[in-house]
Design a protein around this ligand. Sequence first.
Ligand SMILES: [Zn+2]
Length: 154
Amino acid sequence: MPALDTAALLHWPAEKLEGGYVAHSQLDELRKLSPERAMLIESIEMNWSTPDVSDAQSAAIATGDLPRLSNVDLEIIAIAIQTGEKLFTDDYSIQNVCRKLGHPFEAVSNRKSEQLWAWELKCIGCKSTRKVETSEEMDCKICGSPMKVKRVRV
Ligand SMILES: [Zn+2]
């Protein structure tokens, strides 16, 4: 059975969800998005867990996707890694981290992204680049100009 992100929990029919791997934190997320759907999901037999996210987090730091991922996102990536199951997700940052890890994934509804990319900060002045580690934009250490986040192919 696959690991499922919250988009799958919202849109897939109950029969298709049965036995899927999910994080406890997704249920809280789902309750906010759709209480009816959350009740339905609770009535289905699924594999719930609360995983350790450290490996998922390191991979997200390596690609620069960390600022774009919630803790729920990291947990679902962690579950996919730990179970070795394919992850269904429409989130391009989650897909990107899976690709970095060489972990199989598939889109819930949208087309899946084709290319591995990374996020980097690029100085608008001297064009120097550095790794993205937090969601904050910062000034260039070389020339003092602002740095902007850019998506780059790797
Ligand atoms: Zn600069």
